[in-house]
Each structure stands twice: as C-alpha cells, then as structure tokens.
Design a protein around this ligand. Sequence first.
Ligand SMILES: [Zn+2]
Ligand SMILES: [Zn+2]
Length: 200
Amino acid sequence: MADGTGREAYERARKAVDTGRFEDAIAASEEAHRLEPEDGPIRELYVGLHLARGVRLSAAARDLRRQAIVERNIPVGEEFQDTDTVKAAFQRALDAFDAVLAVEPDNEKALTMKASTLHRFDRAGRREEALGLLRKISDAHPENRQVRLVIKKVERRCEECSDSGFCPHCAGRGTRTVLRIKGKCERCWGQGICLKCGLL
Ligand SMILES: [Zn+2]
Ligand SMILES: [Zn+2]
C-alpha cells in the first residue's frame, strides 16, 4: 500500500487533508497518482479529493450565478445568459468529475454529480448528456430506484420555473423585497433555485 515512488507525495497529501489545506492536498494527490497510478490507496485518495472538489465547485458555481443575477439586476422572465465567469466556474466543477471518471469510468458518485452539474449548468443544451450518464448508472444498477426517479425528473421540463431552474418567487435572486424591505426569499431559503427541479 502506497510504498513505492508515490509514497512521499501520498503522505504529504494525507497531512494536508488533516490540516485542512485542501489545494495542497489536491496537488500532492495528483503527484502521487502520476507516480503510481495503479496503487489502491493513492487512487482512493485522489478520487475522494476530486469528488469533494467537484461538489464544492458545483455549489460555488451556483452561488456565483445567483450573485451575478443580483448584480446584473436581470428582470423576471427575461432571457438569461451566464457570464463567462459563471460558465468557467461550472466548467471547473465538471473538470473535477472528469478527473475522477478518467480513473474510474463507472464511479457512481462522479456520474451522478456530473449529471447534476450539467443539469444545473445548461439543462436545455446538455440534457441528453446528463441523461446518458444517469442511464449508465441505471443500466449497471437496475435495483437503484433513486436514479430512476432522477432520470424522470431530468427528462421532464419543469413547469414550476419554466425550466429555468430558478426560484420563480425571487427570480433566482434569493431575496425578495416586500414593502420596500429586502429579505431572504422564504420559498427557496435564499438559495435562488427552483425547489421542484433544482435539488438534484
Ligand atoms: Zn423548476
Ligand atoms: Zn426564491
């Protein structure tokens, strides 16, 4: 177990995890994985860290989008386009899941999270891609009822939010102004996402 050429980088990655230095941990795990791609514990750490990074980046991209909507003051119902910064943030999250899938093509968590990120990012443009990933899980695990429900959800257009994915009550802002007082949108708990389709 991790006693070859990648050992030193592996130990460094573990130490960085223990002391909460996430980026150092990622870098060291990549180094260890490059040196010993076949080693089990090294791969496990690499996969775990990249999954965590993807989950974190996917949530951050969604937050960034909400902030951008607020800053640009986009009116309700107006055609919405992500800024380049928001697009790049989603792409970084997708890259993290792709790093996992390059090593473990059948990793269920990575397939699920990548599908969910595609659905958040650009559901009109990348719906088929997201469904392809989910069907891959479903084919491998016919007993998985959860993934079948998610597939049904992704296949359908959401009427609640006109399939935009944004909370229809605050138009994705996360806040509402009632009697000139600005407060957190109670329908989406300030997240700005449609709760009917957004919680994948
Ligand atoms: Zn919706
Ligand atoms: Zn809301």
